[in-house]
Design a protein around this ligand. Structure first.
Ligand code: NAP
Length: 311
């Protein structure tokens, strides 16, 4: 089934609020929902809507529900707001937990009060990375970092609330808006002869535009997909080294200028899982279209201008 088939008929009857709507994923979500003809789309971010502040959240939901009622639309919130600085979260614990754990709890409680469906975005970093196969939603979580623990707490708060909800874990995001690994590699290609990149962490690089199309598909079909945890990433897997080489190749540069290194030789404040590849069988089993292979997505993203310097 294509995303178009899935969205046909149901997108037009959906009113969507994207929290964290000015972030990397949030902006692509708004574009995707507008492109697919959602009945109503609005983006909210700091300072207009703070997900940690229940007054601010209730005001946002009240106006979403009022707007939905006018046109008999089904109100849905996609929460793309987060504290995403993985290394900074090791020391900035209070803020990370405030946004990633308390914020989703506030949102979920307000969604339950207003009868609004919540689609909450989470991360592969809830897993410890010791598995040898891709992670399924039901696999045991054991985050290594404070960021991962704060995101897991947010997932649990959403799942415990009485609103209809989906938690969607994704991974290794890059998009046109904001800083990310792919854009960093493009910058380093211009400024350095060689770049050392870790080759012992595996994951699923995911273009935010593809993820956004998948998430708005789920938002439109939310009442037909059993609630719970889902995984959504571009298919396939690689290491950060493999991704960096692919970026160099896309730029027409020699990929051998990227050299493999190890996590042990590239210490960071936050520990990362060695394997955080996500199994997306749950996504397709729910009738949702699989995202294309990560390498094809990267080519499409580059052609769409994801590497254009916006500074
Ligand atoms: N980036 C990745 O590689 C990755 C991987 C796996 C999962 N994810 C998950 O994917 C989701 C989207 O990530 P992203 O890369 O799009 O993140 P992002 O670019 O950092 O966007 C997050 C947005 O949330 C906003 N925000 C922060 N605190 C808020 C608050 N209290 N209330 C309302 N908005 C707030 C941020 O505003 P400010 O910029 O002003 O703080 C920002 O606009 C997150 O749930 C993240 O955990 C990301």
């Amino acid at each position: 089934m294509s995303a178009e088939d899935l969205l046909a008929g149901s997108s037009i009857s959906t009113a969507l609020l994207v929290t964290g709507g000015h972030g990397q994923l949030g902006r692509d979500l708004v574009d995707a929902a507008n492109r697919h003809g959602f009945g109503f789309v609005t983006a909210a971010d700091l300072p207009m809507l703070d997900i940690t502040d229940s007054t601010s959240v209730r005001a946002g939901l009240t106006s979403l529900v009022a707007r939905a009622r006018v046109d008999a639309l089904r109100p849905v919130v996609i929460n793309a707001a987060a504290y995403t600085a993985v290394d900074a979260a090791e020391s900035d614990v209070e803020r990370a937990y405030g946004v990633n754990a308390h914020g989703p709890a506030v949102l979920a409680e307000a969604c339950a009060e207003h009868g609004v469906h919540l689609l909450h975005v989470s991360t592969d970093y809830v897993f410890d990375g010791d598995a040898t196969a891709p992670y399924r939603p039901e696999d045991e979580t054991a985050p290594r970092s404070r960021y991962g623990r704060s995101k897991l707490a947010g997932e649990l708060a959403v799942l415990a609330a009485e609103c209809p909800a989906h938690v969607v874990r994704t991974a290794w995001l890059y998009g046109a808006h904001g800083g990310n690994f792919v854009r960093t590699m493009a910058r380093l290609e211009r400024s350095r002869e060689t770049v050392d990149v870790v080759d012992d962490q595996r994951g699923s690089p995911t273009w935010t535009a593809d993820l956004a199309a998948g998430l708005v598909g789920l938002a439109a079909a939310a009442d037909r997909v059993p609630p719970g945890v889902l995984h959504c990433v571009n298919s396939g897997e690689t290491t950060w080294f493999g991704l960096a080489q692919a970026v160099f190749t896309e730029l027409g540069a020699d990929p051998s200028r990227v050299r493999p290194t190890t996590t042990a030789d590239f210490t960071r404040p936050a520990p990362r899982p060695a394997n955080s590849v996500l199994d997306t069988a749950c996504w397709t089993a729910a009738g949702l279209p699989a995202l294309r292979p990560w390498r094809d997505a990267l080519s499409a993203a580059v052609a769409a201008g994801v590497l254009v310097d916006r500074s």
